[in-house]
Design a protein around this ligand. Structure first.
Ligand SMILES: C[S@@+](CC[C@H](N)C(=O)[O-])C[C@H]1O[C@@H](n2cnc3c(N)ncnc32)[C@H](O)[C@@H]1O
Length: 425
């Protein structure tokens, strides 16, 4: 239909064809017929071995050199094509390989409602890759990954992975560095100029993947297997945060706003810890997370991090040993305990809420009645424990005091305990 005869109710049409992986014999008859039929031809890029099969085409190569981001290039191409289609009624748009594989401009066109996008199937470089590798991509569960987004797109994956968009050696270097756990001996295959007379299939190792060939727009990477998944630590972290968000009552309550004070507090703790680096003769670094009752001792030399959870055996700063006194008290009465500990020049740290916490525990638990946890803002603390009503009951009551403290260099958790053997009369 000519431009003059076009029904205004019909949307302008863009016929999208693919030029195959590069070899002329991989271009379909349908594609050749569409090229022949078209009066207005556009090419995403002329830097493709079969680009000359689309004569008299307008290309977008200049945009790749002048526009800052790939996203903006793709958007401008789609806008220009839509405007051309509106002007001419129908245009032809040719891309490398298959229009449906990693062609973002085609996705932009499909999403528009001011043009009709008529996509013709074509052969992709992937078809040659499967043939050369001798695999069925569906049965082997290959994931296709964009090399520019390797660290995030391949996170948690063990492979097999086919990585495209590896058009420069720096992209390959970024991929190499994304896998911290790699030994360097892992086998990978570089697939270069598949389906063209210059085809090269090069086996190499993870360590050498960025220095085996000069990568270009026809370079892809095959990773059959990764011993450790990419970004395993990130994936584990993500799983942990999801679990906490679903199951931890404290985490479920949080909003972006409620996290602001904690963000500030953690920042101060990191700054304090950095100050403390010089202070410790052995190079160790104490990172105290007072809000979570947790202390991490980082030893940069041994590359270890030891976590100490307050309240468990092996905790920190036990200021006074447990003292077991035997007391005979009336049933239904109260046990008054005064708790204190030396701050050794520190000040109580109220940044994360009440800096003093007291917990009482009884064995058997029925020995105590009522609340068994208290908070306070200063020391010493007096707690009054309600005792069971049964004369003759006996057992042990342990009272523990935790105090969050800071000096100018670091924050600490200090702990002291007292224990009493009780006989109720
Ligand atoms: C934007 S994608 C386009 C893919 C294309 N639509 C197709 O289906 O073949 C371009 C990437 O595909 C890969 N590629 C394209 N042609 C290739 C070929 N002949 N050999 C190896 N890789 C190729 C490269 O990784 C390149 O960076």
């Amino acid at each position: 239909m000519s431009e003059v005869e076009r029904n205004p109710a019909e949307r302008p049409r863009i016929v999208v064809i693919g030029l195959g992986p590069g070899g002329r014999d991989h271009v379909t008859i349908e594609t050749l017929e569409e090229i022949e039929r078209a009066t207005h031809r556009y090419l995403r890029t002329s830097i493709h071995p079969s680009a000359d099969m689309v004569p008299d085409a307008i290309t977008f190569d200049h945009l790749y050199d002048t526009v800052d981001t790939f996203d903006e290039v793709y958007r401008q191409i789609a806008d220009t094509l839509a405007a051309a289609a509106a002007e001419h009624g129908e245009i032809l748009y040719a891309v490398p390989g298959s229009p449906l594989v990693l062609e973002r401009t085609v996705r932009h066109l499909q999403a528009r409602n001011d043009v009709e996008c008529d996509i013709r199937p074509a052969m992709s470089f992937l078809d040659v890759a499967w043939a050369r590798l001798g695999i069925d991509p569906v049965e082997s569960g290959v994931r296709l990954v964009d090399g520019h987004e390797f660290a995030t797109a391949a996170a948690g994956e063990h492979g097999p992975l086919l990585v495209a968009h590896t058009h420069a050696n720096w992209v390959l270097s970024d991929i190499k560095l994304a896998l911290e756990e790699a030994t360097g001996d892992e086998q990978v295959t570089i697939l270069h100029a598949l389906g063209t007379p210059d085809e090269r299939i090069v086996e190499t190792t993870w360590a050498d993947l960025d220095r085996t060939i000069d990568a270009d727009h026809l370079t892809s990477l095959w990773i059959p297997h990764l011993a450790a998944p990419v970004g395993a630590a990130y994936v584990r972290f993500h799983q942990l945060t999801r679990t906490l968000r679903e199951q931890c009552p404290w985490d479920i309550e949080q909003t972006h706003q409620s996290l602001i004070p904690h963000l500030l507090e953690e920042t101060y703790e990191v700054v304090d810890a950095i100050h403390a680096i010089d202070a410790l003769a052995d190079g160790g670094l104490v990172v105290a997370d007072t809000g979570n009752h947790r202390i991490v001792i980082v030893d940069p030399v041994a590359a270890t991090a030891t976590r100490l959870d307050v309240g468990r055996p092996g905790s920190v700063d036990v200021a006074a040993p447990v003292v077991a006194d035997t007391l005979v008290l009336p049933a239904g009465g109260r046990l008054e305990v005064v708790l204190d500990l030396p701050l050794q020049g520190d000040a109580l740290d109220a940044g994360a809420g009440a800096p003093v916490r007291v917990r009482a525990e009884a064995d058997p638990p029925e020995l105590l009645l009522g609340g068994q946890e208290w908070t306070a803002v200063s020391l010493p603390v007096t707690v009054s424990l309600a005792l069971a009503h049964e004369p003759g009951a006996s057992g042990r009551v342990t009272v523990e005091l935790l105090a969050a403290t800071c000096d100018h260099a670091a924050c600490r958790l200090r702990r002291t305990q007292r224990a009493y053997d009780l006989i109720l009369t």
